[in-house]
Design a binder for this molecule. Sequence first.
Ligand code: EPU
Length: 337
Amino acid sequence: MEIIKNKSLKNFNTFGIDANAEFFIPIKKKNDLFDVLEKEKNQPIKILGGGSNLLITQDISECLIKNEIKGIQVILENENEVLVRVGGGEIWHELVLWAVANNYGGIENLALIPGTVGAAPIQNIGAYGVELKNVCEGVEFIHLEEKKEYAFSNDECHFFYRDSIFKHELKGKICITHVFFRLSKAPHSLNLTYGVIKGHLEKKGIKNPTIKNICDTVIEIRNSKLPDPKELGNSGSFFKNPELSKEEFLSIKKKFPDIVSYALPSKKYKIPAAWLIEQCGFKGVRYGNTGCYKYQPLVLVNYGNATGKEIQLFSEKIKKAVRKKFGIFIQAEVNIW
Ligand code: EPU
């Protein structure tokens, strides 16, 4: 185990924020983490995954653990499915490509989501009608204060829309070392609920899509709408899509009849934050070194030298404008350090 002093985090967060980590500690196995906990007794600790859902607004004085625990292992298999145990430090998109190459289904709609496998359960990543909770069998983690290992079932993770127990009771207290996935063998049941995927497949004349076709389509759609963090720093959707009660929704619809909405099984209404932000005039708008992406205003971008504080300030400006115009509170989806 190596402790690196004063490391720039510029290449360790997809916003590309140049903050300093006083103590940067990559870990490759569970025991490395137990060693750190033993050696750095009572020192505050932070865990870094792919840094893709993170806005860093200050230098990090805590011990910063970089989860680099690797490994993709099929641990159970039958005619219909496989159970896979994956190291938290694996890159999410590489896991998707591995699954598709092996014809294991269930995560092809989640292609190209940036970040690591260990971070994926924290916000229950989701896209194009699929969420991690649909395929996650459970999670192994180490409790940093108790210095104990736990294994949680899917139910115990309390997954909700971009949410889990790891954002509440266990926030900042754990390091996810491994995640278990239950993936299907062919014939797969595909998720084509998002019209945009169906549309793309039809355009290509694909009538009976494979999971590879879906994965390729999702990659195409994401590449056309979302900026590549290597070219333009960003952290995907900065805000969550707000959910309104029927009463709140109807009263806002009276004033804004064109409001876009999706009725949820919970009887609430989900409003695309992208629409609210666009209506407030922020789409494609630049504000100093930051701004709203031209094709998807829910994505805030770093034009080069933005500080985390600058992006945070801009995000507050957007929140305020949405609150003023619609009376709706939008909440950050990214973690702010
Ligand atoms: N919209 C606009 N203007 C725009 C773009 C979108 O008004 O410029 C409105 C449209 O009404 C559109 C709606 O927003 O129909 C939804 O847009 P989109 O399909 O792009 O999805 P989203 O709700 O903005 C969510 C996730 C994304 C995920 C996509 C696809 C959240 C916070 N974001 O975005 O996830 O890729 O659906 O499933 O739930 C992420 O979490 O980082 C992320 C990128």
